[in-house]
Write a protein that binds this ligand. Structure first.
Ligand code: BGC
Length: 881
């Protein structure tokens, strides 16, 4: 969108209605959360965060005061109260618990009263949370395992029967594992979590999970069963990142306390100890990285192993083990789940023993299969993202970093042995893959149909928060593909790709964090991952490039262009949620990191980094991009210092930021040409979005960037760091139409080019037939998913009032789109920005949730175009041009 167009737009714009929206429902308080989770069990936080939303459709609805009460009883009787915040004149909707010390294993009830803008109390809403161990000393169980070593392949099972004669009021299982577990009670799998507990640096922090098992218990005899998998704890497959040499590696182990409250008020425990028995499961091999091998022929002897009737006399006694770390803490985050069932769209029998399934889309997750055949028949399920020229599963783009010692552990290939009975069913429990195609090979002819196999899209089940519709279907498809790649790369930590690596590559994650947070409620995953960062940071401030790591990554790829996650993620979470908890927790780590860069970069410029990874053609200097990220970290640190009342730090880091900016401009800025470096798209866009361009040159540098794009035939010429910057650099500075041409292109190189060639996820490289670095499910180039919200819908949080308390709306009605709508469910409710074009008129509608305000900027360059929106409501503008 050019300046001329905008000037006309602004002067002819007329507002036809303001603050519309008749109340449809009774105002109420809702969506109560504790630690950003709904009714969580087993929290370890001493001062949990309590948050709520107000649903109120009245124009300008606002909270004028609130009161939070926490009690041990749900009748909130006087004796049960442990915290009363008292009525506070405040529009805040997040309170940090500040009452009596919380006790372990306790359900606390809380309610919030909220007064509206007229001073009228809304009906109170209630919720609860439960504490877990709170302290390490509260664990009663021992860490147990079997007596096999790290190289032993079959997965162990553990069991213990117990008799409870008294009726049970409630029961909880607290289970911590080094490795992965599946817990069952009386033969039933507990809960819907997969691949629990989440991956951490096990020797520094190990997670436990709490389950309500009340409904699974029965009067009298009960049995508990635990199946253990290797996960990242015992990486038996060998690849270039050396996870098989991780210092924490060991045979999987676990510790569990089952705590039962009987109706007579007494408490019973069942804990892991020497009295548990162990044997081996039907899983012959399991690797988080490659696959799982299961022998259904081994199921007979363990049939019913986790039920009370099973006789375990032939089983062995367990071995007591050291705890993996002295920091066993609650997993307070959304779980990984089998979120979507994906049935094959096509099925082909290639010959008597080979079949090919196509899911029709690329996913991360697993397949399950049901088959019948002679005992000992071996099925191999090879998972791949693409097909070779002969139409067979091709793994050559994803197995490149795998270093197998022999052919017993083929990449992304589950190996199943049939029992000879009807309908053997298989699904891996301790592995996932990235794939679209599954080639099944049987060791002898059997019958398979299209219905024999099912795909499951798995990921951290973060609730969706973003919606988008556009008159151009390509935009909708790019948005969906971006979300598919974001979710495929969210497994308790953000990854680069679900197949080749599954690594927590830092750079990929900070590039994608806004895309993630506009579209999904991901705060709990990021809070956990930043704790992983703190576990990995060396005393000298250095962070590895992949987090968590078994040791690899402290030497390569860990400059500020990648590991600035330590600053960028807490800051972005603060902007999106208005919650400074993560920023506070990360402050010292950010400071250590920044001080480290400063120590090795006395001039203010740094060459530490990888640079504009996977560029189309032009390679911008590493020093330029890394220094820009260094500047960003220092700027965030200075702002965080101000916010947290650290005045000296604020002053020191503001001065450092000025020094870096001056050094950067002295070396790269060419005022006469209004350009940076060689004038590459990345050099110009990164300088603009990072705020490194002198104020009086922003306009002219943006014009240089727009010209560079035009002169390149409106084609991208950027790599990873450039993709983060270019669309925003254009749309924030008067060239939304140019940004849109790049975003909506279906020509090489572009996101749309992948889609036009059948992509359902984002790729790692611009050419679809690239010889290397061509995973077909990378989130790395995913900033576009955030840009739709920022650059077209224009929904942005503000630093002064984060959490979308004060919303900035900067829509760009690009001429090529006839209609467009985005919405984001922020902490206060749904924000919507949408328009429909009819001839020379644009009907623009915004929805502002209760308790927020917004400022609409129709164009930053045009005087008088700002519209203050005083508060909640639906606003419609008719824009004539
Ligand atoms: C990963 C990237 C990552 C990069 C670092 C690759 O192998 O897949 O996404 O950021 O290495 O250079």
């Amino acid at each position: 969108m050019g300046k001329f167009f905008l000037a006309i737009l602004a002067c002819c714009m007329s507002v036809i209605s303001l603050g519309q929206g008749a109340p449809t429902t009774t105002p109420r308080v809702e969506n109560l959360q504790t630690e950003h989770l709904t009714e969580p069990l087993g929290l370890d936080a001493a001062s949990p965060r309590l948050s709520w939303q107000v649903s109120d459709a009245r124009p300008l609805a606002k909270q004028s005061a609130y009161r939070v009460i926490v009690a041990t009883s749900n009748d909130f009787g006087a004796k049960s109260l442990i915290w009363n915040s008292n009525k506070l004149s405040s529009d805040k909707q997040l309170a940090v618990y500040a009452g009596l010390p919380l006790a372990p294993f306790t359900r606390y009830y809380w309610k919030v009263e909220s007064w509206d803008h007229k001073g009228t109390a809304l009906p109170a809403a209630a919720s609860w949370f439960e504490t877990g161990m709170l302290q390490q000393a509260n664990w009663k169980g021992a860490w147990i395992s079997d007596d096999h070593d790290v190289d032993f392949k079959p997965a162990p099972i553990f069991r213990k029967g117990v008799k409870w004669d008294k009726p049970v009021r409630s029961a909880r299982a607290y289970i911590a594992a080094a490795g992965l577990y599946e817990l069952s009670v009386n033969g039933q799998r507990v809960g819907n979590h997969r691949l629990d507990p989440m991956y951490t640096r096990f020797d520094r922090r190990t997670l436990y999970v709490t389950y309500d098992i009340t409904a699974l218990l029965q009067p009298g005899d009960n049995a508990f069963g635990v199946l253990l998998g290797n996960g990242w704890y015992n990486h038996q497959s060998t690849a270039v990142w050396d996870f098989h040499k991780a210092p924490w590696r060991g045979r999987p182990a676990f510790c569990m306390d089952v705590r039962v409250e009987f109706t007579d008020g007494t408490i019973g425990y069942l804990s892991t100890g020497k009295d548990w028995k162990t044997s081996l499961s039907d899983i012959d091999f399991n690797s988080i990285y490659t696959a799982e091998h299961i022998d259904a022929g081994k199921r007979d002897v363990i049939e019913g192993w986790n039920t009370p009737a099973f006789k375990d006399t032939a089983w062995k006694h367990v071995t007591l083990r050291a705890a993996p770390s002295m920091n066993i803490i609650a997993q307070a985050m959304v779980p990984i789940e089998r979120v979507e069932k994906v049935e094959p769209v096509s099925f082909k029998q290639i010959n008597d023993t080979v079949w090919l399934y196509d899911l029709g889309r690329n996913i991360a997750g697993i397949t399950s299969i049901t088959a019948t055949g002679p005992k000992g028949t071996v099925l191999r399920l090879k998972h791949a993202e693409r097909l070779d020229s002969a139409g067979r599963a091709d793994q050559s783009n994803i197995d490149v970093h795998y270093r197998p010692h022999d052919n017993s552990d083929p990449f992304q290939t589950d190996i199943y042995t049939l029992s000879g009975k009807d309908n053997d069913s298989f699904a891996p429990r301790f592995n996932y893959k990235g794939f679209q195609y599954v080639e099944v090979t049987a060791s002898q002819p059997i019958k398979l149909t299209q219905q024999s196999l099912t795909g499951w899209f798995m990921h951290s089940n973060v609730p969706p928060l973003g919606k988008l519709t556009a008159s151009n279907p390509l935009i909708e498809k790019i948005w969906q593909a971006t979300n598919n790649s974001y979710l495929s790369n969210l497994y308790g930590y953000p990854t680069d790709c679900p197949q080749r690596e599954k690594n927590g590559w830092t750079g990929d994650a900070h590039i994608a964090v806004e895309t993630g947070l506009y579209n999904f409620d991901g705060i709990t995953v990021y809070e956990k991952w930043l704790a992983d960062h703190r576990d990995e940071q060396q005393p000298n401030g250095v962070l590895p490039s992949i987090i968590p790591t078994g040791g690899w990554g402290y030497e390569w790829g860990n400059g500020p262009d990648w590991t600035s996650t330590i600053a960028i993620i807490p800051w972005t979470v603060y902007l999106f949620y208005g919650d400074d908890h993560l920023l506070k927790d990360s402050y010292e780590a950010i400071k250590k990191y920044v001080d480290r860069i400063t120590a090795i970069s006395p001039s203010g410029l740094t060459t530490w980094g990888l640079g504009d990874w996977i560029p189309v053609k032009s390679q911008s200097p590493v020093e330029l991009t890394s220094t820009a990220y260094y500047y960003r970290d220092v700027t965030i640190l200075a702002k965080a210092a101000t916010l947290l009342g650290k005045k000296e730090d604020a002053q020191q880091y503001r001065a450092l930021a000025e020094k870096i900016k001056a050094a950067y401009n002295a070396k790269y800025f060419q005022p006469a040409k209004a350009s940076y470096g060689s004038g590459f798209q990345t050099e110009l866009s990164v300088s603009l979005v990072m705020g490194l361009v002198p104020d009086d040159a922003v306009k002219s540098v943006a014009a240089t960037l727009a010209a560079a794009v035009r002169n390149n035939g409106y084609k991208l010429d950027v790599g990873l760091l450039g993709t983060k910057a270019i669309l925003n650099a254009l749309s924030d500075n008067g060239y939304a139409d140019v940004a849109y041409r790049l975003a909506a292109s279906d020509q090489y190189p572009s996101w749309g080019y992948w889609i036009a060639n059948g992509a359902t996820t984002l790729y790692e490289n611009w050419p679809i037939n690239a010889k290397s670095d061509i995973s077909l499910n990378h989130i790395m180039f995913g900033e576009i998913g955030a840009w739709f919200f920022k650059g077209l819908g224009g929904i942005k949080p503000t630093e002064e009032n984060p959490g979308f308390k004060k919303i900035k709306l900067e829509p760009h009605f690009v001429p090529a789109l006839d209609s467009f709508s985005v919405s984001h469910d922020g902490p206060y409710g749904t924000i919507r920005s949408s328009w429909i074009r009819e001839g020379r008129t644009v009907l623009y509608t915004v929805v502002i949730p209760p308790n927020t305000t917004a400022e609409i900027l129709f164009d930053v360059m045009v005087e008088g175009s700002r519209k203050q929106v005083r508060g909640a409501g639906t606003y419609t503008f008719t824009v004539v041009y």
